[in-house]
Design a protein around this ligand. Structure first.
Ligand SMILES: C[S@@+](CC[C@H](N)C(=O)[O-])C[C@H]1O[C@@H](n2cnc3c(N)ncnc32)[C@H](O)[C@@H]1O
Length: 246
């Protein structure tokens, strides 16, 4: 049953090596997002104090700085990144891909005909090699297991010189980090689970904890072949925008 698997992720950082197979499967993740889809946008805005909108805008600007014309947004969810690209420049051809049908239905209602939405897996992207100028993934790579395989796919479908932009949660340090930690540990999972009526936000905090630190994630990107990698922390490092070139 799904939340047995999610609980194991909560203790995963403390598990001995070799038990990574306890990470949730795509099916489990898709079901979880199907269940929270109706409240996903509102919860995001409320729990981040609307800062999520600014984070995505920054990632979009970062992604488009080199004039991308063909864009794939992986783990597009309810479509805000994909819609953001079209708003920025209506001539850009944007695909949004996600594993959760319910999230995509909401994206469709919001995006209309301007964005091509595809149900599919970030682990096996249904596109030919060297198709896109830009591949983005906002708050999605954390949920894609095995992560290396996802990054390998991002690299494969980028044309040479193309860019990856990844927006993901990170943990801030210092005094701000200690204050944020109280919110992250004591408020976010309880309030999120209560408002969503699921254990998705317990999974959320566990998955953020289990996600590599900035330096380690940069190494993962480099290991897949990306170069000129940058990591820009936003809001004192609550999230980080990573970018790299093929
Ligand atoms: C936290 S949401 C992020 C949605 C959106 N990008 C945003 O900025 O709000 C993560 C999304 O990743 C999708 N997802 C998780 N695993 C996936 C996979 N293996 N392949 C494609 N999408 C996946 C989920 O269905 C969910 O819609």
């Amino acid at each position: 049953m799904q939340f047995t698997v999610c609980r194991s992720l909560r203790i995963r950082p403390f598990l001995p090596p070799g038990l990574e197979d306890m990470e949730p499967t795509e099916h489990v993740i898709a079901e979880m997002f199907d269940r929270i889809s109706g409240r996903y946008d509102l919860l995001n805005h409320v729990l981040s104090g609307y800062t999520d909108v600014r984070w995505r805008k920054k990632a979009i600007r970062q992604g488009l700085q080199r004039g991308a014309k063909n864009v794939l947004d992986v783990s597009t969810g309810t479509g805000d990144m994909a819609i953001g690209y079209k708003k920025h420049d209506s001539r850009i051809h944007v695909f949004g891909l996600d594993i959760s049908m319910e999230m995509l239905k909401i994206a469709k209602a919001k995006a209309g005909a301007g964005v091509d939405l595809v149900r599919g897996s970030g682990l096996s992207l249904p596109f030919k090699d060297a198709t896109f100028d830009l591949v983005s993934c906002a708050f999605g790579i954390r949920n894609i297991y095995p992560r290396k395989q996802g990054l390998h796919e991002f690299f494969r479908i980028l044309r040479p010189g193309g860019q990856v932009t990844i927006l993901e949660f990170s943990m801030p340090h210092g005094l701000f980090g200690r204050l944020y930690r109280l919110y992250f540990d004591r408020v976010l999972p309880q309030l999120g689970d209560l408002l969503s009526g699921t254990e998705a936000y317990t999974y959320f905090t566990a998955s953020v904890e289990a996600f590599p630190a900035q330096e380690d994630f940069i190494h993962l990107l480099a290991a897949e072949g990306f170069r000129d990698i940058e990591a820009i922390p936003l809001t004192h490092g609550i999230v980080t925008v990573y970018s790299g070139k093929k």
